[in-house]
Design a binder for this molecule. Structure first.
Ligand code: AMP
Length: 114
């Protein structure tokens, strides 16, 4: 299991603005927010990329979305709308190789992205 900055956040070895936690999932505010609300929802299990999601992870991946939707409601952006994104590998713009769901909202999200 490779060590990433996010596994250090899970272990509380480095600080983060954590807004949700249960046995399986952690959510914290992005350190370089691209929108007024920018939260990262991550599994505690170290899955590097979307390519590494296996059938046994399906329930866990679904939970990332139910947690994201709950946070969107709490942050007041559920009705106005938001974007959820997994970046995968180099062309996808992935920088941290611990799976994370970006939840971004609080402004109009343009499409297509750059
Ligand atoms: P990605 O490019 O999809 O891998 O996204 C990585 C995200 O992690 C970026 O939006 C970074 O701003 C964010 N990030 C990196 N380090 C931290 C940190 N220590 N705490 C919170 N967010 C971070």
């Amino acid at each position: 299991m490779s060590e990433t900055i996010f596994s250090k956040i899970i272990k509380r070895e480095i600080p983060a603005d954590i807004i949700f936690e249960n046995e399986r999932v952690l959510a914290f505010r992005d350190i370089n927010p691209q929108a007024p609300v920018h939260v990262l929802v991550i599994p505690k299990k170290a899955i590097p990329t979307v390519n590494d999601i296996h059938p046994e992870d399906q329930e866990l991946i679904g939970e990332l979305f139910t947690v994201a939707a709950q946070i969107a409601a709490e942050e007041g952006i559920a009705k106005s709308g938001y974007r959820t994104v997994f970046n995968c590998n180099e062309d996808g713009g992935q920088e941290v190789y611990h799976l994370h769901l970006h939840l971004m909202g609080g402004r109009v999200m343009h499409w297509p992205p750059g």
